[in-house]
Design a protein around this ligand. Structure first.
Ligand SMILES: N[C@@H](CCC(=O)N[C@@H](CS)C(=O)NCC(=O)O)C(=O)O
Length: 225
């Protein structure tokens, strides 16, 4: 199996299935397709049916779309508990994953994932207040019920879906409850996440579209090194 991914520092969608593969010890290789530089969109268009990453390649099968990849892994490796035990818990985990996939647009646009950076105080809190409130409600309810440290107790596909959002809370030092703060710590403590982050920190590439100082006009494109 091979997973095509984007730059580890910035590519939220790539991080999600990569965490599932690595955490559940499914053998795979990965290949980074850059999300910046000359001709990057052409490379993506050649390699991915949607022109986006991640893409999972299993023999002749080529699967785009993060949720489809995670579901394929869950079906292919039913012994791995990628989704939690119990039909009701699985339904809630899939609902959370779908909500992440289609929602939280304010946090996604105002607080791009940037693992190597620390930008406290730079996000307009009014713009993301609704999303932060929903994070508190959703994670709070699930963590209270499961007892943590992950949303359904053990790490699952739902946590993989929310891991990038957890990093945004830390990068931009957004105001959260102790419970959400502990969950963010649990994501950062996951060995698979630590491996990804370690590799992200070694990447030399800068994607201006995901750099908040460029987005907010503090620095010119092409000047961050
Ligand atoms: N709906 C897709 C979204 C994938 C996506 O937007 N990936 C970004 C990288 S994180 C990408 O490939 N962007 C390139 C582009 O938009 O041209 C999924 O769930 O996998």
């Amino acid at each position: 199996m091979k997973l095509l991914i984007g730059n580890r520092n910035y590519s939220t969608w790539s991080l999600r299935p990569w965490l599932v593969l690595r955490h559940f010890e499914i053998p795979f290789e990965d290949e980074v397709l850059q999300l910046s530089g000359s001709g990057w969109r052409d490379v993506l268009a050649e390699r991915s049916p949607t022109g986006k990453v991640p893409v999972l390649i299993d023999g002749a099968l080529v699967i785009p779309e993060t949720i489809a990849i995670i579901e394929y892994l869950a079906e292919t490796f039913p012994d791995k508990a990628i989704w939690p035990q119990g039909r009701e818990a699985r339904a809630l985990a899939r609902a959370a994953a779908a909500e992440m996939h289609g929602g939280f647009s304010a946090l996604r646009s105002h607080a791009p994932m940037n693992l190597r950076a620390s930008h406290p105080g730079k996000v307009d809190l009014d713009a993301v207040r609704g999303d932060l409130h929903r994070v508190e409600t959703l994670w709070g309810r699930l963590l209270e019920k499961s007892g943590g440290p992950y949303l359904f107790g053990d790490f699952s596909g739902a946590d993989a879906m929310f891991a990038p959002l957890a990093t945004r809370l830390r990068t931009y030092d957004l105001p959260v409850s102790d419970m959400v703060g502990r969950y963010v710590e649990a994501i950062y403590a996951l060995p698979a996440f630590q491996e990804w982050r370690g590799l992200a920190l070694q990447e030399p590439w800068v994607v201006d579209d995901d750099e908040i100082d460029v987005i907010q006009g503090r620095v010119a494109p092409g000047t961050i090194v």
